[in-house]
Ligand binder design. Structure first.
Ligand code: IVH
Length: 685
């Protein structure tokens, strides 16, 4: 199918009659699905991304004007839709079984012996496939159209994640029409997973957004798929491979190999590393081959799955309570090795987090030479009692950085050395602090070269200084070329410097210069947030801005005073104080000020309402207010509200059923008001 196919019927849709629009929508839907198949399944696109986007936009415009004409397989659904409040349960028509594990060649041989004995045969054909390390899902199609999909759940009932699944680009929304007939009802099963590249990219984005990183691609895939907001799923580039059937009506093939062919004909993504093996020796050879190739794959696998090829034999073998007798998972060996620790160093991440890393006597694990392993943090070092010179077990887990699992204490040499994370940053000499309740130590200097890219990316981000066009690629280039050595350098960039960069048109250089200049009049909270003070997110930045009115005033406030601010706890207060203790941070703020970035809020002339400085918690049933209107009233009169009782709260306004908050207020001697008393106080009678 070429582009000429549906050539020139583009008309403004106002002028298009309903019938024409219907036919154009149908054509565009089919055309876009075809191009999607070529791109994601065949890996052989025939149009450019821009051409695809133009067709998609045309379809979306038509759909907006004629929502009744949206096709069930419309590619516009792949962008996700507004969040659900929860996932509905979906019961599998046939339970989703798990697999028995074989931990060694011997256990694979035992499996084959059992199978051959039950079937009374000398040799069996098996299909061996990679065991993908993701999440099992089921997809349901009626008359070739995707109608629902679910997680495995407990094997009997899963969660209906249809809207999320629709966002997966390689998942067919409609099965392909060709010589292969389409069953009226079809369930297939497969694995959703994330590639290493997408995993690393996602974790980088998480870091910039100050969100926790995912431990491995499997967790990242699970976290992305089980999102109530499918627009988040859509942004995560999840993959799916199909490898098994559920209930399928009016369909019969003789073997798993034939089933795989049917899946391909229908347009499903199938993992291409499956092999037909004649006998268990072949299976073991292929299993070992895949184990050796494991590192070269772009996604995680944790073993192989061996399936009896012939469906009649599968039926004959049947199932046990939770797993079929005709299949087995061959697990790969744990990727561990023993080596010794030559030294330990403090590695500084993009947020200033310090991770102790062991330099090892290099050792091969699973085909890769491992010379460094993470020790996570000081507590982990202490708990495992890891010392320089120790012999340790090192493990590669989930394809992230290898880690030190444990010390072989029996082999501890005499001259081991205890390690402590230093008080000064090994990169910039900035001071290193570990706040109460946190596992990690942090370098406090936000101009630290190890942090500079991450810090600048955060500073310019939408919810901070919002400098448009200043993306992570640009930050990379500007830091690498030496134009940016600190956040303040953003304000001495010149249009010439920008225009001289790769792929930077003059127009966009000018736009960036304008955006940089505009950011000088940003509100104070944006600057506070942009500095990336530990545990001070957007909301607390606003709280601090409102209360103190300038960076200078915040920097001169003690931890005790800060704690007196509603919503500011001891950890946040200490984080703020430690931040301003760092000399380089103070210099940075002075430097930003000299560039004209020193927003102020005049708090001296602020109108002080009757509730000024007072804090309230509301609990129980109120007659005149709901939570929102109560908060609005308090804030409009200069007071503040919180959700839980602490010593810092001045009043609890308690209605009937106030319960535990009332008890706590009494215990902490927080004054309790009735709703009427509160209304009197607020002058709202
Ligand atoms: S077949 C009855 N094939 O492994 C057998 N499963 O431990 C149905 N898995 O829940 C599964 N790759 O999520 C099969 N090529 C593959 C697989 C695979 C990964 C997962 C699947 C299943 C689990 C069983």
């Amino acid at each position: 199918m070429g582009r000429f196919f549906f050539s020139d019927c583009r008309l403004p849709f106002r002028l298009m009659n309903h019938k024409k629009a219907a036919s154009r929508i149908q054509d565009l839907t089919a055309l876009l699905n075809e191009h999607n198949y070529r791109y994601y399944i065949l890996d052989n696109p025939t149009i450019s991304d821009a051409e695809y986007d133009a067709l998609l936009r045309e379809l979306q415009d038509l759909e907006t004007s004629q929502p009744d004409l949206i096709q069930p397989d419309s590619p516009s659904q792949r962008v996700g839709s507004p969040p659900l409040s929860r996932f509905e349960a979906l019961t599998h028509s046939i339970p989703m079984l798990s697999l028995e594990n074989a931990m060694s060649d011997e256990e694979l041989i035992n499996f084959d012996t059992r199978v051959r004995k039950a079937l009374e045969l000398d040799r069996i054909d098996y299909v061996v496939e990679p065991k993908l390390d993701g999440l099992g899902v089921e997809l349901i199609y009626m008359d070739g159209v995707f109608i629902a999909g679910s997680t495995r759940g407990d094997g009997y009932t899963g969660e209906n994640i249809s809207t999320n699944l629709k966002t997966l680009k390689s998942l067919p929304l409609r099965l392909r029409q060709n010589a292969r007939s389409i069953p009226p009802y079809l369930e297939v099963r497969g694995e959703v997973f994330m590639t290493h590249i997408d995993f690393e990219q996602l974790n980088r984005r998480q870091l910039v957004a100050e969100k926790p990183a995912f431990a491995n691609p499997r967790n990242a895939a699970a976290g992305s798929l089980r999102q109530l907001d499918s627009r988040i799923t859509a942004s995560r580039n999840l993959q799916v491979n199909i490898y098994a059937s559920g209930r399928i009506d009016d369909f019969r093939v003789a073997s798993h190999m034939e089933f795989i062919q049917a899946l391909r004909d229908w347009g499903f993504p199938v993992n291409d590393r499956f092999t037909l093996c004649h006998g268990i020796e072949d299976v073991i050879r292929f299993h070992n081959q895949l184990e050796a190739d494991r590192e070269s794959l772009s996604y995680d696998i944790d073993g192989t799955v061996t399936k009896v090829n012939d469906f009649a034999f599968q039926d004959q073998l049947g199932i046990r309570s939770r797993s079929p007798r005709w299949a087995i998972a061959g697990k790969f060996k744990a990727r561990q090795a023993v080596t010794s620790i030559l030294s330990i160093e403090a590695s500084v991440g993009r947020t200033g987090a310090i991770t102790p890393v062991a330099n090892l006597d290099p050792v091969p694990i699973g085909g890769v030479t491992v010379a460094r392993a993470t020790l996570h943090n000081q507590d982990e070092i202490d708990r495992k009692d890891v010392r320089v010179g120790d012999f340790v077990v090192v493990q590669r887990a989930g394809d992230v950085i290898p880690e030190v699992v444990k010390v072989i204490l029996e082999n501890r040499p005499d001259n081991t050395r205890v390690y402590r994370i230093p008080d000064q940053c090994p990169v910039c000499d900035g001071h290193v602090v570990r706040l109460d309740g946190e596992a990690k130590h942090y370098c406090q200097n936000i101009s630290c070269p190890a942090q500079i890219k991450g810090r600048i990316e955060h500073f310019v981000a939408k919810r901070c200084l919002d400098i448009d066009g200043f993306g992570s690629k640009l930050v990379d280039q500007l830091v690498d070329t030496g134009f940016l050595n600190s956040i303040a350098d953003i304000y001495s960039l010149t249009a010439d410097q920008l225009a001289g960069l790769d792929r930077m048109a003059e127009k966009s250089a000018d736009n960036i210069m304008e955006a940089v200049a505009a950011s000088k009049s940003a509100e104070l909270w944006r600057l506070i947030h942009g500095l990336g003070i530990r545990n001070v997110g957007e909301h607390l930045s606003k709280v601090l801005a409102e209360k103190y009115g300038s960076l200078k005033s915040i920097s001169e406030t003690s931890a005790e005073e800060l704690e007196g601010t509603n919503e500011v706890g001891p950890i946040v207060a200490l984080g703020v104080v430690e931040f301003f203790k760092e000399e380089d941070n103070r210099k940075l703020i002075t430097s930003l000020g000299s560039h004209g970035l020193d927003p102020q809020i005049d708090i001296s002339s602020r109108w002080e309402g009757v509730l000024f400085g007072l804090s309230f918690v509301f609990s129980g049933k109120l007659e005149y207010f709901n939570r929102d209107s109560a908060r609005e009233l308090v804030e409009s009169l200069g007071g503040a509200t919180a959700n839980s009782i602490s010593k810092k709260i001045d009043y609890l306004v308690a209605g009937p059923g106030a319960g535990s908050k009332l008890e706590k207020a009494e215990k902490l001697r927080v004054k309790v008001l009735t709703e009427d008393e509160f209304r009197k106080m607020a002058g709202a009678e």
